[in-house]
Design a binder for this molecule. Structure first.
Ligand code: LLP
Length: 422
């Protein structure tokens, strides 16, 4: 399943030598492994066994249409967070009956688009949104299927910016208001509540948080049923964390410290949670993003300069926070490796980009084998929330994206050029 491996001293993606690819195609460059995407998807599917379910890939994690086509080809569904994501998902081949539409601020035109296209369901976040959906559905003479997103106020231990299941977060309907919201929704003739939804946050590695959410979900579904409100589906959201540290081990690389994410897999988390969710006797939906694509991507970058000061050694590379913002925004950890290991000693460095901000870094005080100008580094596990969060900040065109398939590779998004900035 892990398609990035060192062969002798060089890093390969499937059957492609990445050190050669970087030299041939230029950097910064995102590269994805087709095999890895497909395998991660199939592992999640297999974890369900014979359970009636639908996995809806969260398009926001990696919205490249070539990636979406692969996943549509696996027969799974998609979760879209905007009209743009709905359109690209449909264009990629996802059937609208397998697409859900999530988001706390759906615009009227987006709701209208979803209804006209026959999107499977909208995950609704507030009572007022239900009123708006009913009005739009009534104007279109259609009936909107909705899941009510509930906020169980569960601490999941992830970064505060990507926690969505606490009461201070803008997401979901408070548990105390759930029955009322549901009753209200059921009084509208153009809205049909088909299930309950929740999404705790992202990069969650604590199984106990998922168990707590599953337990709360089952309890509320039972209570609603006892109150005469039938619920036949539940959507457990996404958020399954992945291992970022120590993704690749090699005698020439420094060992990385153990962390709560070590050994975490989506399959293990699902195996813990599914027996609890079974208590609700519902069809189960999930919306995984990161866990399908994170491990499938690498950001390759070239060393521009080595700069020594009295207190630091900076490795200045040609990718920056505009290409990959996760370390700057969430203090996220990505393992970084030379694409060619030369047996040099290890030292502590800051790996930084060329932008005019001290927040423009990929790693601080990181142990790295010594590297020199013009050599290449790979920032690992950047298939999720990498390119999709890139920008043109500091007048920088976005990089290319490539897909590797066995010993073949191809551009799946051309690099932007300076004229794209005008
Ligand atoms: N469903 C909903 C409603 C979501 O908002 C999200 C992610 C997902 C599913 C997928 O979650 P995943 O399985 O990928 O954890 N940019 C941040 C992550 C933001 C996640 C936003 N919502 C990062 O780079 O860590």
């Amino acid at each position: 399943m892990e398609e990035f491996q060192f062969r002798q001293n060089e890093l390969w993606c499937e059957q492609v030598n990445l050190n050669h690819l970087a030299a041939e195609c230029g950097t910064p460059l995102y590269v994805y492994s087709k095999r890895s995407i497909v395998d991660h998807c199939r592992h999640v599917e297999r974890a369900f066994g014979t359970i009636d379910h639908l996995s809806c890939y969260a398009v926001k994690a990696n919205a490249n249409i070539a990636v979406l086509r692969l996943l549509a080809g696996e027969g799974i569904g998609a979760d879209a967070g905007s009209i743009g994501e709905m359109r690209i998902a449909i264009e990629a081949g996802f059937s609208p009956e397998k697409i859900t539409f999530s988001g706390v601020g759906k615009r009227d035109d987006e709701i209208e688009y979803a209804l006209k296209k026959g999107i499977m369901a909208l995950n609704v976040e507030s009572s007022e949104e239900i009123d708006v959906i009913d009005a739009i559905a009534s104007r279109l003479k259609s009936r909107a299927k909705i899941f009510l997103r509930l906020n169980f106020d569960i601490e999941s231990g992830t970064h505060p910016y990507i926690t969505t299941g606490r009461k201070q977060n803008k997401f979901g309907i408070e548990l105390d208001s759930a029955a009322e919201a549901l009753r209200r929704a059921r009084s509208f003739s153009n809205v049909e509540v088909i299930g309950i939804h929740t999404h705790l946050g992202s990069q969650i590695t604590r199984v106990d948080a998922f168990i707590a959410a599953a337990t709360a979900m089952v309890k509320v579904i039972r209570e609603l049923r006892a109150d005469g409100m039938p619920i036949s589906q539940l959507n457990f959201g996404g958020g399954f964390g992945v291992q970022y540290r120590d993704y690749i081990t090699h005698p020439g690389l420094p060992a990385e410290i153990e962390h709560s994410e070590s050994g975490v897999t989506t399959v293990k988390m699902l195996q813990a949670v599914l027996p609890v969710l079974a208590g609700a006797n519902c069809r189960i939906l999930i919306q995984p993003g990161r866990s399908i694509v994170a491990h499938a991507g690498i950001l390759m970058t070239k060393v521009l300069y080595i700069k020594d000061t009295k207190s630091k050694r900076f490795v200045i590379v040609d990718a920056g926070m505009n290409d990959l913002i996760r370390p700057s925004l969430y203090q996220s950890y990505h393992q970084i490796v030379p694409l060619c290991l030369k047996g040099r000693p290890h030292g502590v460095v800051d790996i930084v980009g060329p932008l005019c901000e001290s927040g423009d870094f990929f790693a601080l005080d990181r142990m790295l084998p010594a590297v020199e100008r013009s050599e290449y580094l790979g920032v690992l596990c950047t298939g999720a929330y990498g390119y999709v969060l890139s920008s043109n900040y500091n007048g920088r065109p976005r990089p290319a994206e490539m897909l590797v398939d066995g010993d073949q590779f191809g551009v799946i998004r051309k690099p932007e050029t300076i004229s794209d900035l005008y």
